[in-house]
Ligand binder design. Structure first.
Ligand code: URA
Length: 273
């Protein structure tokens, strides 16, 4: 094998970085072009297959599956079928582990299903796992997650009081915003997750989560802090969008808005007189 000279190697790395490839996922290289060429059209796997990942924290040590060639609408139908068959959050996590219809899965290391308490009244829904979440298999554990925990702590809430997930369960490469197709493939699982958890309150963290669940294109700065009743997971629930902690890390001046929204969340948790 001929090694590239250092100039072309640096140029190649530079190009990778500009394309959003900012980390090495596996120890050995995978020729995805070859994998795509040899991949058979994906056939839906039976719902009772052995999950690729038994639990959220697990990391896959097996060879990665080839590119998924499942058609987007077929992926959504498959997701709906699998999600509807789950009778508990545990079963839903297993059903998700057997689902290969979201293209993000091909590049992610872990599935980030949830963090927090399965009996929580408050559900928080973010945009999608980042690098730290992908490494640990849990939502919101990186810098933004740590800030989120502090924000919740400021109104006396801990991980025991909340259930945290995202609109997509796998890390988008380079932390880009998930595409409509990626979100659509995960949405039946998210709707079922809401239905099974049955929270009284849903906090939507950031623009993409708010746009997806409220079916609006209105900017997060207009949406934030406003409560509405919204039909999610089969029934009407109290929903409030909030600024994303990653945004707050970049824009500390916006923290005063977040504080106001946290106080509003705290007030909403008080028993009604
Ligand atoms: N940002 C998100 O939206 N979700 C995470 O899990 C982590 C960062």
């Amino acid at each position: 094998m001929t090694l590239p000279d250092t100039t072309s190697a640096a140029a190649l790395l530079d190009w990778y970085r500009s394309m959003g490839v900012d980390e090495v996922i596996e120890d050995t290289p995978v020729d995805w072009f070859e994998a795509a060429a040899t991949a058979k059209a994906v056939v839906r796997q039976p719902t009772n297959e052995v999950p690729r990942q038994p639990a959220s924290r697990s990391q896959s040590a097996e060879p990665r599956p080839g590119f998924n060639t499942i058609a987007p609408d077929e992926a959504v139908m498959d997701a709906r079928e699998r999600a509807a068959g789950a009778k508990s959050l545990e079963e839903l996590e297993k059903a998700l582990a057997g689902f290969n219809g979201c293209p993000l899965r091909a590049t992610a290391k872990s599935t980030c299903f949830k963090r927090g308490n399965d009996d929580a009244r408050i559900m928080l829904i973010g945009e999608g796992p980042g690098r730290d979440e992908d490494l640990q298999g849990l939502p919101f554990v990186g810098r933004a997650g740590q800030l989120l925990d502090k924000m919740l702590g400021a109104i006396s809430l801990t991980e025991e009081d909340v259930y945290i997930t995202n609109i997509v369960y796998w890390r988008p490469p380079g932390n880009r915003t998930p595409t409509t197709q990626e979100v659509a493939a995960c949405l039946p699982f998210l709707n079922r997750q809401v239905e099974l958890l049955d929270p009284d309150i849903i906090v939507l963290i950031g623009g993409p989560a708010s746009h997806t669940l409220l079916e609006t294109k209105e900017g997060i700065t207009r949406l934030r802090g406003k409560w509405r009743d919204c039909e999610i997971g089969g029934k009407s629930r109290r929903v409030m969008p909030m600024l994303h902690p990653a945004y707050l890390l970049r824009t500390p001046a916006a923290k005063r808005h977040a504080w106001r929204d946290l106080l509003s969340l705290k007030a909403a948790l008080k028993p009604q007189e």
